[in-house]
Design a protein around this ligand. Structure first.
Ligand SMILES: C[S@@+](CC[C@H](N)C(=O)[O-])C[C@H]1O[C@@H](n2cnc3c(N)ncnc32)[C@H](O)[C@@H]1O
Length: 269
């Protein structure tokens, strides 16, 4: 437990450092979002579908652009994130743009201390599972917060793509596919949104295999509508990627050979 505390405190400080850098990065393009463009990607827009009038909980919302984008589409949104800085920025963005939204700063595993209600939709996306030590507890949380008949939707980087050492471009296997109790520990320099920023910080993360994600949802009473795997990434967030267009990125020399994203839509029975 002491270790877990240390892992999450370290990651929280990392995301506090990343947030201001991300705010001004081309990657996140906040001015375009402020001008009215959605930050959501075509996959989740098509696959999650109409959220108008739905109560939507966004887990690990970072500084809230996706949460607010769902609100612009008519959802009644609540975003949750570990980073106090990210939540402060999310609240400010919502207020500045006059978009109604609620943002809560919490480790998602502690959310029941602050939130006691249920939602029609739970959404989470791109770079979330690797920060969580316990998928079973994650499944319990989703079960706890979704109304019966409600929809859970995740679009995430593929766990197979999380195995590679990207820096050389050779895709050598550096990280195990299957989760181990002890997290990977690294000192990250820069951030995916601004590779040459001066950030230098320790991080702890885990890889969760595809079967562990699917079986967690089944165990917690979900029926899976679909599981999709994609050979592209919507984000050029790893070193040595090449783009076909702004929304389709591949590992250089490995186009269509490596799964880079997956999505799951599931219903709570
Ligand atoms: C890569 S970002 C989420 C991606 C999001 N799609 C985006 O780009 O805006 C990961 C987020 O997870 C948050 N996070 C990490 N561990 C968490 C935890 N245990 N509980 C809540 N949030 C967490 C971080 O603070 C960070 O904002």
């Amino acid at each position: 437990m002491e270790n877990l505390d240390h892992y999450y405190k370290t990651n929280q400080a990392l995301w506090d450092q990343k947030t201001p850098v991300h705010m001004t990065s081309d990657f996140y393009d906040v001015p375009s979002f402020k001008a009215g463009n959605t930050s959501l990607m075509p996959t989740e827009l098509a696959e999650l579908g109409d959220v108008a009038g739905k109560k939507l909980l966004h887990l690990q919302c970072h500084f809230g652009m996706d949460t607010l984008s769902w609100a612009r589409l008519g959802a009644e949104v609540t975003g949750v994130d570990l980073s106090p800085k990210a939540i402060t920025v999310a609240k400010e963005l919502g207020e500045e743009l006059g978009i109604p939204a609620r943002f809560i700063q919490a480790n998602i595993f502690d959310l029941p201390n602050q939130l006691d209600e249920q939602f029609d939709v739970i959404f989470t996306s791109y770079g979330v599972l690797c920060w969580l030590h316990d998928l079973d507890a994650w499944g319990s949380l989703i079960e706890r917060y979704l109304k019966p008949g409600g929809t859970f939707y995740i679009v995430e980087f593929h766990p197979a793509s999380m195995m590679f050492e990207f820096d050389t471009g050779n895709l050598n296997v550096e990280y195990g596919y299957f989760k181990s109790d002890k997290p990977f520990e690294e000192v990250v320099e820069g951030t995916y949104a601004e590779m040459d920023s001066s950030i230098k910080h320790k991080e702890y993360f885990w890889n969760h295999s595809m079967s562990s994600v699917v079986n967690t949802l089944i165990k917690h009473g979900f029926s899976i509508d679909f599981l999709n795997e994609f050979p592209f990434s919507h984000y050029g967030c790893f070193p040595n990627m090449e783009k076909e267009d702004d929304k389709h990125w591949y590992m250089q020399g490995f186009k269509n050979l490596v799964p880079l994203m997956f999505s799951i839509k599931a219903k709570k029975l």
